[in-house]
Design a protein around this ligand. Structure first.
Ligand SMILES: [Zn+2]
Length: 100
């Protein structure tokens, strides 16, 4: 298991988890239940976290998460990989999916 993201909210954590699953990366959300007992646990341990089940997938997962975060700020700069058809953003020089 490898942590790939600490989210500001459960909704964001689940959003990323769902996207990772769509890319075939098995992942889980941790700490989602700790909000209800806030006060006894340090705040930084209450934030929901996204973990991938296989450490091998961590780098790929982080690339996807970064892609999503960029997407929310800059939707016009994407390009599509000729090899695999995945969308990439202007800040990526090579395809995050197939490294073409
Ligand atoms: Zn590609």
């Amino acid at each position: 298991m490898r942590k790939v993201y600490t989210a500001d909210s459960i909704a964001i954590a689940w959003h990323f988890r769902n996207v990772l699953e769509q890319h075939g990366i098995r992942s889980v959300v941790k700490n989602e239940g700790l909000f209800s007992v806030g006060g006894e646990i340090p705040i930084n341990e209450c934030l929901p976290e996204v973990w991938v089940e296989q450490a091998l997938n961590a780098k790929h997962a982080e690339s996807i998460i970064q892609l999503i975060e960029n997407h929310e700020f800059d939707e016009d700069s994407e390009w599509f990989c000729e090899e695999c058809g995945e969308s990439n953003f202007a800040s990526f020089d090579i395809c995050w999916n197939c490294s073409d």
